[in-house]
Write a protein that binds this ligand. Structure first.
Ligand SMILES: CCCCCCCCCCCCC/C=C/C(=O)SCCNC(=O)CCNC(=O)[C@H](O)C(C)(C)COP(=O)(O)OP(=O)(O)OC[C@H]1O[C@@H](n2cnc3c(N)ncnc32)[C@H](O)[C@@H]1OP(=O)(O)O
Length: 286
């Protein structure tokens, strides 16, 4: 209930802000964690420092921004990128999955599902400009896009690394991975929790193109121009044909998936694994 109210408030605030900036001629709208520019090809920038983790608030703002763009018939495509230097997204927020209660886990997972379904089945053309590290849920965001351009920086890695955290990628993460890189590569990468360098990601098909870091945005724009030249109705029907079965697979068992997540993440052994992983992240600094 509280979240629904927050969502209504954010939507309202978002549209007020959008109107005000449009009057200023700025053609953009923003909430705290997501900035959307609609001048030229629309660009959605995640800005949830330090690492663009997908907290509940961030997921909510992301979903609302996407909804606003979907409702604007003049917007046919969106470039998804990050404002945090060196990080595309660190994925799901570990602090939403650690040390909370089952009701919180259920609420969080519902919102993860919601964002995924919206992104994966969007009628808009989605191009990701991957300008930093993109593990797990970060990779998931990129995989939802129709085309992925990644910056050529060996420090940036991408992949579904859940198994390294002692957790398991849910079936719909797995399905999308299989759809993108094929069964054998997905099976190996999921078990090993592989984080691919840009060159490896290109080779295996996790990304479509790797370009010098200073060209990642211009390349994403030129890709968008090419895709915008395709008639919307035929491209959308084709996209739907390719993705519907995967999305439907989750839609028909959303509640069960929430229950599975909640009971899995609540287990002592899983909480212990997450604790150890968080400690490892802390120690890396020291
Ligand atoms: C029968 C089977 C049943 C199965 C049922 C299945 C049910 C489903 C199971 C659960 C599925 C969950 C799916 C999970 C998906 C995810 O996305 S999990 C998140 C995975 N993410 C990561 O592993 C990334 C971890 N982070 C990093 O590797 C690095 O932080 C970085 C992104 C490469 C950036 O490095 P750097 O710039 O050096 O920054 P840091 O110093 O490491 O980090 C800064 C602070 O940010 C904190 N942080 C980092 N990542 C996260 C995160 N994902 N969530 C929350 N917080 C994060 C980090 O701890 C630092 O914090 P401080 O120390 O407080 O500053």
């Amino acid at each position: 209930m509280a979240l629904a109210a927050a969502r209504r408030l954010l939507l309202h605030a978002g549209s007020r802000l959008g109107r005000r900036e449009a009057v200023d001629g700025a053609r953009r709208f923003a909430n705290k964690r997501v900035l959307v520019e609609t001048e030229g090809p629309a660009v959605m920038k995640l800005r949830n420092p330090p690492v663009n983790s997908l907290s509940l608030e961030c997921l909510t703002e992301f979903t609302i921004s996407l909804e606003k763009l979907e409702n604007d018939k003049s917007i046919r495509g969106v470039i998804l990128t990050s404002e945090c230097p060196g990080i595309f997204s660190a994925g799901l927020d570990l602090l939403e999955m650690y040390g909370r209660n089952p009701a919180h886990y259920a609420e969080y997972w519902k919102n993860v599902q919601e964002l995924w379904l919206r992104l994966y089945t969007s009628n808009m053309i989605l191009v990701s400009a991957i300008n930093g590290a993109s593990p797990a849920g970060g990779c998931l965001l990129a995989l939802c896009c129709d085309y992925r351009v990644m910056a050529d920086n060996p420090k940036y890695t991408i992949g579904l690394n859940e198994s390294l955290l002692g957790i398991v990628a849910p079936f719909w993460f797995k399905d999308m991975y299989v759809n993108t890189i094929g069964h054998r590569e997905a099976e190996r990468a999921l078990q090993l929790g592989t984080l691919f360098s840009p060159a490896e990601a290109l080779k295996v098909g996790v990304v479509d193109e790797v370009v010098p870091e200073d060209q990642v945005h211009s390349k994403a724009r030129s890709v968008m121009t090419k895709w915008l030249a395709i008639p919307d109705h035929s491209r959308q029907l084709t996209k739907n044909m390719m993705r519907k079965a995967t999305a439907d697979n989750l839609i028909k068992q959303r509640e069960a998936d929430i229950q599975n997540f909640t009971s899995f993440i609540s287990k002592d052994s899983i909480q212990k694994s997450l604790h150890m992983y968080l400690e490892k992240l802390k120690q890396k600094k020291g």
